[in-house]
Design a protein around this ligand. Sequence first.
Ligand SMILES: [Zn+2]
Length: 150
Amino acid sequence: MRGYTFHELRQIDRSRLGDEVPLELFRAIRLIGMQQGLPLEGKGTTASIGRKIGESLPVKTLDELLGLFAELRIGLPRVLEQGERSIRIAIDDCFCKGLPVIEEKKVCDLEGAILEGALGKILNRKVSVRETKCNVCGDEHCEYEIRIYE
Ligand SMILES: [Zn+2]
């Protein structure tokens, strides 16, 4: 199957509607389509989708990855802590900001999986990303804990 590369997705030729779609459409795909439309709230599938997207991103360093996250307006990432084996990243203005609070719910699993796929490829290591905070469950921002394995 011939599939598109991330680079090809940037070829946009819409004379009247341009290169953007509203945030509620992205949210609908994520939170209605994927979370409500797939079995088990789409957990395994979302992880696979995110990792695949992450691996396809044209980035070679953590800085480039975080820059692209902001450029794609997923959110504004900030490194809170960085060690040999772990990185903690906060996301300000995450796509989920402003949604009504649902207790004990975190919704940014796809975005974490994108980080996981991209970092795994950048570092050529096994990487796992865990969502530790989310605006949706009432936290002050969204946050990920990244573990880097040998
Ligand atoms: Zn979020």
